[in-house]
Design a protein around this ligand. Structure first.
Ligand SMILES: Cc1ncc(COP(=O)(O)O)c(C=O)c1O
Length: 376
């Protein structure tokens, strides 16, 4: 088996159409048909609608999206479908699997909004993770978990939820955005579908939106890709070029970010009492349950959260930091901090979410030290 970094650079080699080492940006939305009339077929005469390797119109498929899926298939251990955003991927998931009930907990608020739309339009029922609610699941229903969870950065046991789902004939989908490969492989613990906002670590430079679904069979992949064509949620041409470029260096970034976060969280946890306004620090590295280390054998996700004594401190803290931009999102090479209440209506207003980048960890630690100390 080839290693992750080799796959990131070479898994799409066979899909190259030109000798260029750097994949060209393809902006064409439409592609010329075969010049030989003998090779033309009516779509109604083709069993699968269109030929797999044919480029017709970029909403169906286009060269760099196909290359992306070749890389993702190899590194994510399943059959992948790329989307225009992480939410586009979740929308594809809910549309295709069409559960009557979905069990969800606190998680990224945008995903919740999609479930709210389905509840409004189609009567989808949202259940909690309580034992009582999980008992109500029926075949075809879905449990959706995010692990590590946004914004706290703490882990849930994938195996626990997989067992609960499968006992009822339901499916488990896992949003693994906060701990992508090689940190976590949700399929190992029983997930049926894996989702990533590729906007985050796979993109890594805060300059593109993309999403990925990973499923276990080529048949489901094909159905999701067909739905994507008519939902209009395929990744855009320019974005697919940028994402492919980003994947080449992905492993270097995620390993460095994961190393960095462990050092930063350790510093804060060991020095918590030194900072008068610091109340809590949440991160998988601080959890003691044994499943956490099993799920994250190669390092922790680079996002964690802190809570401080008041809403006022939470609003002020970002302005006292030098190396953390005050902005939403995560996964980029630059560290970010966000007073999360600006975008998330469901969190405590004293919470700050921190996304660790690839800077020198000592500089990040010194910066947090001086900013938190300034409130003492
Ligand atoms: C855990 C998680 N899942 C999904 C999404 C949605 O991804 P996107 O912004 O690419 O639509 C986000 C966005 O922040 C997220 O944090």
């Amino acid at each position: 088996m080839t290693g992750l970094s080799t796959n990131l650079i070479h898994a799409d080699d066979s899909k190259s159409r030109v000798p260029d080492v750097v994949t060209p940006i393809n902006v064409s939305t439409t592609f010329k048909y075969d010049e030989d009339p003998a090779n033309l077929d009516a779509v109604a005469d083709l069993p699968d609608g269109y030929k797999e390797d044919q480029f017709i119109y970029s909403r169906l498929q286009h060269p760099n999206q196909v290359k992306l899926e070749a890389v993702f298939d190899e590194i994510l251990g399943g059959y992948t479908v790329v989307y225009s955003s992480g939410l586009g991927a979740f929308y594809g998931l809910i549309t295709h699997f069409n559960p009557k009930q979905v069990a969800v907990g606190p998680f990224y608020h945008g995903v919740k909004r999609i479930l709210d739309i389905h509840e409004r339009n189609f009567g989808l029922k949202q259940l909690s993770y309580s034992e009582e609610d999980l008992e109500k699941l029926q075949p075809g229903d879905l449990i959706h978990i995010e692990t590590p969870v946004n914004p706290q950065g703490t882990s849930k046991s994938i195996k626990y939820f997989a067992d609960k789902a499968h006992a009822k004939g339901a499916l488990l989908s896992v949003d693994s955005t906060f701990a992508p490969v090689p940190l976590q492989d949700p399929f190992k613990f029983g997930a049926d579908i894996v989702l990533h906002s590729a906007t985050k670590y796979f993109g890594g430079h805060s300059d593109l939106l993309a999403g990925v679904l990973v499923v276990k069979t080529p048949e489901i992949r094909k159905q999701l890709a067909d739905d994507r064509t008519y939902l209009g949620t395929n990744i855009a041409n320019l974005e697919s070029y940028l994402l492919l470029r980003s994947l080449r260096s992905y492993e270097l970034r995620i390993r460095k970010q994961s190393d960095n976060v462990e050092k930063v969280v350790k510093f804060l946890a060991e020095n918590k009492d030194k900072f008068k306004t610091l109340r809590t620090i949440t991160h998988s590295s601080l959890q003691t349950e044994s499943f956490v280390k099993e799920q994250l054998p190669n390092g922790y996700g680079p996002v964690f959260s802190i809570s401080v004594d008041s809403k006022e401190t939470a609003k002020l803290l970002p302005s006292r930091l030098k190396y953390f931009h005050h902005a939403t999102s995560l996964g980029g090479v630059e560290s970010l901090i966000e007073w999360r209440a600006i975008t998330d209506p469901y969190v405590e207003q004293t919470l700050l979410r921190i996304s660790i980048g690839v800077e020198d960890p000592n500089d990040l630690i010194k910066d947090l030290d001086q900013a938190l100390s300034s409130f003492n």
